[in-house]
Design a protein around this ligand. Structure first.
Ligand code: SF4
Length: 372
C-alpha cells in the first residue's frame, strides 16, 4: 500500500494565520447589454484551518466569488480587480498558466454536479490517478494505490474494484465522493465546495457534507463552503458571509450570526429553510421578488424592493458594512433587524399592505391557504 503521507503536507501549527486575504474584489462581465457586476467589492480574511460559509440565492455572486479567488474566471469579457492574497502572494493578475501551479496542490474545487465534472467515457481510476501523476513523480501502479486510498478515504466501499468503474456505474452520491477524492488528491490547502450537494437527494446530502467536514478536520484544510442554504453551513462553518447582488451584506462568526442576525436578507434566508421543531407541513416563508438586475441595479439598497422593512432612505442611500456590537460581526443595513426602528418600519409597511412585509408576517401565506 502506498504511503499517503507522500501526498499530504503537514499543516500542523499553521492555525490562526490568515491564509487568504481578499480585499475589494470585483468581477465584472462585459456583455452586449452592459457590465454585469457579479462580484462588486468583496473583502474577507480566512484563517488556516477554518471554514467560511458563503450563502446567498442563485445570482448573488457567491459562485463567481469562489471562482474569482481561484482564478478560474478566464473568459476575455471578464474584468477582475482588487486583491486576493493567498499565503502571502497576490493572485489577481496572474495568468491562467501561472494559476495552474496553484490548482490542485494549493486550491481545489468540488463543483455542483458530479456528472458534468467527471468525464463519462473515462474510468474513474484514470481520472483520479491522472491528477495524482500530473502533480507527483509516481509510477502508474503507485498512482493506482494512491487512487485506491483516496477512494477509501472518501468512504467508497470496495475501492479496489470501484476504481475500474465508469461514472455511470456509480450513484450520484458515489460520483460526488469521487469528485471530492479528485479534489483532495494533491492535498490542497484550500478546498472550495460550490453547492456540493445540490444535485443529490437529502440523505446523501448529509453524508457528503459530513464527509467534507471530516476531511477538512483530518487534513487541517481551509474550506469555503458555497451554498444557497443557511441550514447547510449552520453547523459546518466557523464564519458565514451572506451575499446579495455581488456584495457581502452580513458577515459574522456562525454562532454570533444565528444568535442575532441583523440583515433582513439573512433573516429572509433563515425563514425560508425548514426547522426541525416545525410541524411537517408548515409552509415556508419565501423571500418575495427576485434578485436585482446586476447591469442596472436599483439605487440605494439593492435589497430594498424585496425588503419587508424598507423605508424611503433605503431607496436612496446604499448602506455600507458597519461593525455590530459582537466581535467580527458586520452588516450593511440602515434599519437592522432587532432595532426599535425596524419594528416601527415593519409595522408601517404592514399597514401600507406592502407584499414583502405581508409575506414576512405570514399573512400572504394565510390568505393563500384560504384560497386553496
Ligand atoms: Fe432593508 Fe433598508 Fe436594510 Fe436595505 S437598508 S436591507 S432596504 S432595511
Amino acid at each position: 500500500m502506498t504511503d499517503m503521507s507522500t501526498t499530504t503536507r503537514d499543516h500542523a501549527g499553521e492555525a490562526g494565520q490568515a491564509l487568504l486575504v481578499v480585499e475589494d474584489l470585483k468581477t465584472h462581465f462585459e456583455v452586449p447589454a452592459g457590465m454585469v457586476k457579479a462580484v462588486d467589492g468583496v473583502s474577507f480574511t480566512l484563517e488556516k484551518g477554518k471554514t467560511l460559509g458563503v450563502v446567498g440565492e442563485s445570482g448573488s455572486g457567491k459562485t463567481v466569488l469562489s471562482r474569482s479567488v481561484m482564478g478560474l474566471n478566464v473568459a476575455p469579457n471578464t474584468h477582475t480587480t482588487g486583491s486576493v492574497i493567498y499565503d502571502g502572494e497576490q493572485m489577481v493578475g496572474k495568468t491562467p498558466k501561472k494559476m495552474k501551479e496553484y490548482w490542485g496542490e494549493e486550491m481545489a474545487m468540488v463543483f455542483q454536479d458530479p456528472m458534468t465534472s467527471l468525464n463519462p467515457v473515462v474510468k474513474i481510476g484514470r481520472q483520479l490517478t491522472e491528477h495524482v501523476r500530473q502533480h507527483h513523480n509516481v509510477s502508474k501502479s503507485e498512482a493506482r494505490d494512491i487512487g485506491i486510498e483516496l477512494l477509501r478515504s472518501v468512504r467508497i466501499p470496495e475501492p479496489e474494484s470501484r476504481i475500474d468503474n465508469y461514472p455511470h456505474e456509480m450513484s450520484g452520491g458515489m460520483r460526488q465522493r469521487v469528485c471530492i477524492a479528485i479534489a483532495l488528491a494533491c492535498s490542497p490547502k484550500v478546498l472550495f465546495a460550490d453547492e456540493p450537494t445540490t444535485a443529490l437527494d437529502v440523505t446523501v446530502q448529509h453524508q457528503i457534507l459530513n464527509l467534507l467536514a471530516t476531511q477538512q478536520r483530518e487534513r487541517h484544510m481551509t474550506m469555503i463552503l458555497v451554498t444557497h442554504d443557511l441550514g447547510v453551513v449552520a453547523g459546518r462553518s466557523d464564519e458565514i458571509a451572506v451575499m446579495y447582488a455581488g456584495r457581502i451584506v452580513e458577515k459574522a462568526p456562525t454562532a454570533t450570526l444565528f444568535a442575532g442576525m441583523r440583515h433582513p436578507y439573512t433573516q429572509g434566508l433563515l425563514n425560508s429553510i425548514p426547522k426541525t421543531d416545525q410541524p411537517s407541513h408548515t409552509r415556508l416563508s419565501a423571500i418575495v421578488g427576485r434578485p436585482p438586475d446586476l447591469i442596472n441595479p436599483p439605487a440605494g439598497c439593492k435589497f430594498a424592493p424585496r425588503c419587508p422593512y424598507a423605508q424611503e432612505r433605503c431607496h436612496e442611500e446604499e448602506p455600507q458594512l458597519v461593525n455590530a456590537v459582537a466581535v467580527g460581526h458586520q452588516f450593511a443595513c440602515h434599519i437592522p433587524v432587532g432595532s426599535p426602528e425596524s419594528d416601527a418600519a415593519f409595522q408601517r409597511n404592514l399597514e401600507a399592505g406592502r407584499p414583502q412585509t405581508l409575506a414576512a408576517a405570514g399573512r400572504l401565506l394565510a390568505t393563500e391557504e384560504l384560497v386553496d
